[in-house]
Design a protein. Sequence first.
Length: 459
Amino acid sequence: MKILKLASLSLIAGAAAMGAAFNGTGLVSGAYAQETVTLNQVLDAIRRERTEVSAENREREQRFLAQRNQQQAELTRVRNQVIAAEAESTRLEGVMETNQGTIDELDAELASKQGEFQELFGAARSAAADLNAQVERSLISTQYPGRGETLTELAQTEKLPSEDQLRDLWDVMVQQIAEQGDVDSYNAQVVLANGEASEAQVTRIGPFVAFSDGKYLTYDAGNLKFLARQPPGDVTAAASRVANASGDGFVRGAIDPSLGTLLGLIVESPTITERIDQGRFIGKVIIGAALFGILLGVYKWVTLTMTAGAVRGQVRRKKPSKSNPLGRVMLAYENTQSNDVETVALKLDDAILKEVPKLESGLNLIKVLAATAPLLGLLGTVIGMINTFQAITLFGTGDPQIMAGGISEALVTTVLGLIAAIPLLLLHAFASGASKRVSQILEEQAAGIIAEHAESGRA
């Protein structure tokens, strides 16, 4: 700002000089002459400006020196505080070393006075810690909550256990042993599926299983929860029998000897629908082909069996009927106009040939489906292994669950292919056998008709 002011004054001075020069030549009007400034006035303005700037600079310099003195004083004060803090730290370290020495002496004195009791109480603390870990995950604690508080205090104490603590340890240990053989019903808080806790009657078989309303419970993080997926119906029925039992006698029930591990595996084990979903598209194609082939095979087997029964009934009747193949063959013989044995044989062969395609229709499709199902399973196996190796390439072999999807697809499609092929092959064998039996009866009856025709002398 000061430089700009000086520049403006210089410009004013230059303008004034130019104005004076033009007035001297008579080229400037009277209005410009009135606005001119003399050089003395410009010089006075410059001097005043210089004086003001010098005063302001001196003020700023004095202020800077004052602040520098204040900062130096603050720095000196902080340094003094650091020195005092270091001295205090040195003093406290000395006190700590002295106290540590005193503590070591007291510990040695305590150890010498405790003697053999030290090992005894160490064993008690160890037993309390082990028992507390067992109590925390035991179903018995749902009936007797808060048992582990004394055990936790005893396991973590640095002092000699008191007589009451030792008695509590003994009582909890005996209670845990006694309750392992009891079946009790009591009210407890059960966490529902929506996350809310509700009081319900719980039946417990020792530390093995607990159930409410015929549904099994799991004990997790101090809470009783219903299993996300219940065991099969016979197991849940056993739980209901135990819960509703009254009086003396024995009731057959089910327990989990692994204390919850087996029940947890039930939740993780997939259902049939989930197994099928693991086969993905190939698995669904195999199931569709199997269902279609089985329906077709059953239909052909039933119809051919009925046709065979109708043909056997026609054998016992002399009057032909159009409702069965043998009757239609006999009608073809009766409609033959020629008495030549060869002509009659050709007519009967033609009639039989017309019946055979009807009998064998659909059997080849069943056979093709039976042969295709294992090939589709093999295709799914290859695709699943490709997905598995791709997962290994991307993520490595550190996590087996990453490879589980591809392996499941490979194995499930193989199983589905075999499951589909076996009944299809059996149905094809049964239906094909029924068709061959009907064809054999037709050929036998046609041969008998030709023989009878030849013996009758109509040739």
